[in-house]
Design a protein around this ligand. Structure first.
Ligand code: SR1
Ligand code: MG
Length: 422
């Protein structure tokens, strides 16, 4: 393949990648017989499923611009580099949870990886009202393992600092989050959109809310400055692929070193939006109520698994420079170690709720919406569901330090779903 970057197409992929051993050894040597489908439905990249007589693979290639917007918004190809490095770290920190990488071509900004089948995107599974066994436990463990093992609680300081330096190059992707997530939803920015006129009043109210804007910037400051661990960076329900039995995490191109509560917070926000949007997807009352209960169970299980796994790693893998055992256990101060762990988890929980609320706002007020709301065609049906999410998001951000545990968050979500005060 030439060194000059060129975007692939379904028509050219076979000819251009027919010499890549990682593909021919899995799919079969005759590239002209491969079937190639472009299936990318995300906001940024090309994604191809390539099938041959002997097997299949996914080829993901970055485009030099934001696919959602077009060539008017250039975006560096280096995001494939950060995705590749993030996948290798996630694979080491939670083995088996991310797709296996078969081949990486930096110049072409492409990654050849495992084809997850019969997996579908979790967001679609949820809109169809289908469960996933052990979802919360699986993903909560992923969040805890990647958070802990990518931090100064675990990594040698030199490795951690080198990794922070490496990922600090992911400037443009962080810039997207800094603007689209933390800033633009809170004023009348050009690319924003919302359900109008139904939501105009509540949107104006939120944008006048000075406490909310201050809190959102506190969280943006944490995002930019608190390099605690390698975050996935975009862990919503479109970044998880599932069957009814299993879940895998994909798409970490937004990876950066940031706060430990960022990934799990974004994800909790997406679960809560899926919960609140459900009246737009399941018409049968009993089926909907049962499914909504399951979604909230997933939120509880995710946080509980996060806390349990984090606590286990605190006991067994605390080899980094932070809260060293020399200061606690080795001095017989076991209770102090437990107290420190509780305080760290308490901070992560409050941060997660703040990030969850902000994610809920940006998905309703900003540029990049979610299918749970956008596919509800009747705006008069959609708007009150979105309003409930906006109000719940505000409460989570502003009252983040007042929740005793995840059960209280679930109670607030239920109240919001009933149209009450969250
Ligand atoms: C311009 S990119 C918009 C959004 O798509 C990605 O999936 C991220 O969530 C980003 O914020
Ligand atoms: Mg993505």
């Amino acid at each position: 393949m030439s060194e000059d970057y060129q975007a692939l197409s379904s028509a050219t992929l076979g000819a251009r990648l027919g010499g890549v051993d990682a593909l021919t050894s899995r799919l079969g040597p005759d590239a002209s017989s491969w079937s190639v489908r472009e299936v990318g439905d995300g906001n940024l990249n090309l994604v191809f499923i390539v099938e041959g007589s002997e097997g299949a693979a996914v080829v993901k290639q970055a485009l030099p611009y934001v696919r959602l917007v077009g060539e008017s918004w250039p975006l560096p190809l280096t995001r494939a580099f950060f995705e590749y490095h993030a996948l290798t770290r996630q694979a080491a920190r939670d083995p088996g949870r991310v797709p296996e990488i078969y081949h990486y071509d930096e110049a072409q900004a492409l990654i050849v990886m495992e084809y997850l089948t019969p997996h579908i995107i979790l967001r679609h599974q949820m809109m169809a009202g289908r469960r996933v066994a052990s979802l919360g436990r699986t993903i909560g463990a992923f969040c805890a393992r990647t958070a802990f093992r990518g931090s100064d609680l675990s990594m040698p300081a030199r490795d951690k600092k080198a990794d922070v330096a490496l990922f600090s190059g992911n400037v443009e992707l962080c810039d997207i989050t800094e603007n689209l997530v933390f800033t633009e939803p809170y004023f009348d920015a050009e690319m924003n959109r919302h359900t109008s006129p139904q939501l105009d009043a509540v949107v104006a109210e939120l944008r006048q809310d000075e406490q909310l804007k201050i809190a959102a910037q506190h969280f943006k400051r944490a995002f930019t400055a608190r390099a605690e661990t390698m975050c996935h960076g975009d862990l919503h329900t479109g970044s998880i692929m599932v069957t009814d039995e299993a879940a895998r995490v994909i798409d970490p191109e937004f990876a950066f070193y940031g706060p430990m509560g960022f990934d799990i917070g974004m994800l909790l926000g997406n679960y809560l939006m899926a919960y609140l949007a459900m009246p737009g997807h399941l018409a049968d009352n009993d089926a909907r109520t049962a499914y909504q209960d399951w979604l909230l169970e997933v939120a509880v299980d995710t946080w509980t698994a996060f806390a349990d796994n984090f606590a286990e790693l605190w006991q067994t893998e605390r080899t980094g420079v932070l809260y060293p055992k020399t200061l606690y256990e080795d001095q017989g101060h076991y209770l102090a170690s437990d107290a420190a762990l509780r305080e760290v988890l308490g901070e992560i929980f409050a941060d997660a709720l703040g990030f969850a609320g902000i994610e809920m706002h940006r998905r309703i007020l900003g540029l990049a919406h979610i299918a749970e709301f956008d596919t509800i065609e009747d705006a008069d049906m959609r708007a009150p569901l979105e309003e409930a999410a906006l109000r719940l998001g505000r409460t989570l951000v502003l009252s983040r330090n007042g929740y005793a545990g995840i059960d209280q968050v679930v109670a607030a979500a239920r109240a919001a779903g009933r149209g009450g005060k969250p």
